[in-house]
Design a protein around this ligand. Sequence first.
Ligand code: AMP
Ligand code: MG
Length: 335
Amino acid sequence: MAMILGIESTAHTLSFGLVNEDGNALPSSSDLYTPEEGGIHPREAADHHSMIAGHLLQDLMDNNSLDSTDISAIAFSQGPGLGPCLRVGASIARGLSHSWDVPLVGVNHCVAHIEIGRNQTNCNDPVLLYVSGGNTQIIARKSGRYRVLGETLDIGIGNMLDKFARNHGMAFPGGPKIEALASDWLASDSTHTMDEISLPYAVQGMDLSFSGIMTAANQKVADGQPLEAVCWSLQEHAFAACIEVAERAMAHAGKNELLLGGGVACNARINEMAMIMCEERGATAYCPPKPFCVDNGTMIAELGRRMLSVSEATNLSDSAVSPGLRTDQTIVSWD
Ligand code: AMP
Ligand code: MG
């Protein structure tokens, strides 16, 4: 069976994934660059990606008993992301496309999160709440594009969680560690209210902002509030803000499906909030399995498959990476 190979390399994660021509998705082979200290260093992440790429791809092919003749196209993340990281993925994609003599297709990473979500959950026309490390956007399809109805004005929600965690001695990725501490706090006493550890509310119109809430949360810990309590309140405030904007987007756009995507969508509490909000308005919340929420090669393969079903492959001369690519720059003409 012919397979589309997808290559993801926008930031921390290098990942190869596969879908077959009917859109059946296989698990990705992924590896995460974790800085020894501080945040992501783009060139070091890119070095990690280029060092590990050969092994990862070999693992994927071996695990699925495939060889190069089984691959019918190569899809890669063209943007948005960190230039040095994107260039590693694009170079691998160009090399494989040339040597295996199969089409190349550059895809929009944010749109890929939507399409793997639709693929995995069978929702059709959702509002996407895309909550990842570097991105936080509320997106809906309208007139042939995925439109950004709201987004963060400063840092992504995942970066905010990771930075807060790092300030308190927790290594990347911080989101799952904050989630664990927040549940410990709730387990100790479930009568807590947000007013006890109040933080700024991140909504600005249809947009969001997370740097102020992080500074305030750091201050709460410095003032002697228990770290578990601040983690809990940080989640409550930040997730409620996302859900509020998503709800308004659903009302404005007239959609009755909400799809979660991005690494922060692995969090049980944001899923619970999404479900409650949707139930209250007679809508349905969807979330793909965790390996398809975080950055993964399979989502790139799935978007590549959909694009090739309606348009030509990407020419070599158009295959340059696009670190600032916007969600709504991609024309969406597939189903
Ligand atoms: P992505 O950028 O989509 O690959 O997702 C990575 C981001 O997801 C990082 O910022 C992680 O801290 C965050 N993340 C992963 N799992 C969780 C979780 N359970 N709760 C909150 N954030 C999470
Ligand atoms: Mg992502």
